[in-house]
Design a protein around this ligand. Structure first.
Ligand code: 2HG
Ligand code: ZN
Length: 463
């Protein structure tokens, strides 16, 4: 270990696991964006809160930046370490600490995966309802840092709704025990909520107390084929009025082509431009009948062209794969991603403007969109043509994102619905947040992390 700063860290914390092998630096220095070349100083894998605190104090003394790291499944560069930072991975802090049956809460260390939380909750005949495709690798700490959303927000809301308490190591090494699982706590500023979505720039989440709820009711999954974009919101309104929706997700024919190419089973014959996967409570025959009636009404109106209802768990999983497998099927292209949102009522007008913008600005480029339309959240994945250079492609996408940011501003939307700002979107923050807000955000950051050692350069340029 040649770096003197690292040698000192190793001396203060002889038990701390530190990695410096090139393969480890590469593995832990990047997230799913794959745009930046990883170049961290080293990787620290603490196993206790005390170790995390000591690392943060050392970083303050030595002016070393820290990149907090969970499952690194992020899509905005929030966990990228490309400038000699110390990656502080919570990977070893992945235990369940406590289940409280009366409070219906589960306390966990930050490095536990979302899937493990689901499984533990299920074991207690309860549910942790935040869910999305990266569940097997993403960590709860990372979910909290980005206020992750996913496929059940329409029913259950974002991560923010499910955090009853947080333990956080602030930028000065102080341990904060925030809200302690209380349901009611009207005692001033709620720092727990401030930490959620702060992308590791205010503190390092080390433990979380999560709220659990009743398991979802028996449900059914339906796939619908739609003739046009207008029909999407009409079907959504009809289904929301008639059924108790757990999810309402959409994707285009282009997304379907990729996911099928990647091994998923096509469930509807014929070519249609838009598809919806929806899941709804179906407790009894009457509820199932209600779904068929809604479907038939949509058919009569010309809002849907075709549809299938899953008849088994395996068929439900196969329909979900058509939606959940999209990101993985596109990964080889390393797409440029936008993750935008508007209020649900603004979706039709926004979509019109957005469609026109993308058609005008990306005439020769494949653009794949899909997302959580019932939450007003759309994912746009832009695929680089083989003949275009990486730099030229990114420059073009950044130009379009600037225009998209203006469009979003006009529609009162957000440049990041659920993936976070990270490095990818920090140049567009002012399209979504006012100058006064950004100034206050910087001020808050200064209070929690006076030496700016926590994830500098993420969320906003660190000046
Ligand atoms: C999803 O909804 C994820 O599947 C990923 O948020 C979105 O890859 C994307 O753009
Ligand atoms: Zn999403």
């Amino acid at each position: 270990m040649t770096d003197v700063r690292l040698a000192e860290l190793a001396r203060c914390l002889p038990e701390l696991r530190l990695l410096v092998a090139p393969g480890d630096l590469e593995h832990y220095g990047r997230d799913w964006t794959r745009r930046w070349t990883p170049a961290p100083l080293a990787i620290a894998l603490p196993s206790t809160i005390e170790e995390v605190q000591a690392i943060v104090r050392w970083a303050n003394e030595k002016s070393v930046a820290i990149v907090p790291s969970g499952g690194r499944t992020g899509l905005s560069g929030g966990a990228v370490a490309a400038k000699g930072e110390l990656v502080l991975s919570l990977e070893r802090m992945n235990r369940v600490l406590d289940f409280n049956a009366v409070d219906r809460t589960l306390s966990v260390q930050a490095g536990i995966t979302l899937q493990a939380v689901h499984e533990v909750a299920r074991g207690y005949e309860l549910a942790y309802p935040v869910d999305f495709a990266a569940r097997g690798s993403c960590s709860i700490g990372g979910n909290i840092a980005t206020n992750a959303g996913g496929i059940r927000v329409i029913r259950y809301g974002n991560t923010r709704e499910w955090v009853a308490g947080l333990k956080v190591v602030a930028g000065n090494g102080e341990l904060l025990d925030l809200n302690r699982g209380l349901i009611k706590n009207s005692s001033g500023y709620d720092f727990r909520q401030l930490m959620i979505g702060s992308e590791g720039t205010l503190g390092i989440v080390v433990e979380a107390t999560l709220k659990l709820t009743d398991p979802p009711l028996p449900s059914q999954v339906m796939l619908l084929a739609l003739p046009d974009m207008e029909a999407l919101m009409q079907v959504f309104e009809l289904f929301r009025a008639r059924l108790s929706l757990q999810a309402f997700e959409f994707f285009t024919d282009k997304a379907l082509a990729h996911v099928v190419e990647h091994g998923a089973q096509r469930a509807i014959d014929g070519d249609y431009p838009y598809y919806v996967v929806t899941e709804f409570d179906a407790v009894d025959e009457q509820a199932q009948q209600g779904a068929l009636v809604a479907f038939e009404q949509a058919l009569e109106q010309g809002w849907v062209c075709d549809g299938v209802i899953a008849q088994s768990e395996a068929q439900s999983a196969a329909l979900w794969r058509l939606r959940e497998g999209i990101t993985e099927s596109l990964a080889p292209w390393r797409p440029y991603k936008n993750d935008v949102s508007v209020r649900v009522s603004a979706v039709p007008a926004f979509l019109q403007d957005m469609q026109a913008l993308l058609a005008r600005e990306y005439p020769q480029i494949e653009v794949v969109w899909f997302g959580h339309i019932g939450d007003g959240n759309l994912h746009i994945n832009v695929l680089r043509p083989d003949e275009q250079s990486e730099e030229g492609f990114i420059a073009q996408c950044e130009h379009v994102t600037r225009l998209l940011s203006d469009t979003l501003r006009r529609h009162g939307g957000s440049i990041s619905a659920e993936h976070g700002i990270g490095l990818v979107k920090r140049a567009y923050l002012e399209g979504t947040r006012s100058a006064a807000e950004i100034l206050l955000m910087r001020g808050v950051r200064q209070v929690f992390d006076p030496n700016r050692i926590l994830n500098p350069g993420k969320l906003f340029a660190d000046i």
